[in-house]
Design a protein around this ligand. Structure first.
Ligand code: SME
Length: 166
C-alpha cells in the first residue's frame, strides 16, 4: 500500500521532502493517534540511515510512558526531567545529543546507541509527547534533521486526536 522504497536516500533535503509527502499521505483522513504514531515510527525507522530506534513516549500524569516505536524493547516509564526524553519535556526544547555517553543522566535502552534526538510534541502550547530517534553513530543528527523532524511533530500535533492520551 505504501511503497517506501521510493523515498530518496540521496541528498538530505530530497530525503525529507519525500518523507514529508509519505507522512502526510499515511495520515491523510486518519486522526487515530496510535495508528498514526505507529506508522510514522515505522517510516522513520525504515527510511532513515543509521537509526536503531525510532518512536514515541506519551506524557501521562506527569510521566513519559512508552508509545509506538520500532527497534529493540525500551524502558517503559521516564520521569519528567530525567534522561534525554525527560529533559526535552522539562525544558520544552529539542535535545540533539551528539554523544549520549557525555549526556548526564542519559538512560541507555539499547547499548548500540551513540547519538540521539528527542523532540517535544506540543498540543495547545503544552507538551503531550516526545519523538525519540537513536543512532549507533556519533553526531548522527544535524540542524536539518532537527528542523525537518520538528516539522513532522507538527503534522502529528495537528493531525491526531490527542484526547486519548490523558
Ligand atoms: N535514551 C532515552 C531513553 C529512551 S530510549 O533511548 C528508547 C533517554 O535518555 O531519555
Amino acid at each position: 500500500m505504501f511503497d517506501i522504497s521510493s523515498i530518496a536516500n540521496g541528498k538530505q533535503e530530497e530525503f525529507y521532502q519525500s518523507l514529508h509527502d509519505f507522512v502526510q499521505g499515511i495520515m491523510y483522513d486518519e486522526e487515530d493517534l496510535i495508528a498514526n504514531l505507529a506508522n510514522v515510527a515505522s517510516l522513520l525507522y525504515n527510511t532513515m540511515e543509521n537509526v536503531n530506534w525510532a518512536g514515541f513516549y506519551l506524557l501521562k500524569k506527569e510521566e513519559l510512558v512508552l508509545g509506538p516505536f520500532h527497534g529493540k524493547p525500551a524502558c517503559i516509564r521516564i520521569k519528567v526531567g530525567e534522561g534525554v526524553c525527560g529533559t526535552a519535556v522539562s525544558t520544552g526544547q529539542t535535545q540533539r545529543v551528539d554523544n549520549v555517553h557525555l549526556f548526564e543522566g542519559h538512560i541507555p535502552c539499547d547499548g548500540d546507541t551513540n547519538s540521539e534526538i528527542v523532540i517535544p510534541i506540543y498540543k495547545k502550547n503544552e507538551v503531550v509527547a516526545v519523538l525519540d530517534i537513536d543512532s549507533p553513530i556519533l553526531h548522527r543528527f544535524n540542524e536539518v534533521d532537527q528542523r525537518e523532524l520538528e516539522k513532522i511533530t507538527r503534522y502529528l500535533s495537528d493531525g491526531c486526536n490527542w484526547e486519548v492520551t490523558r
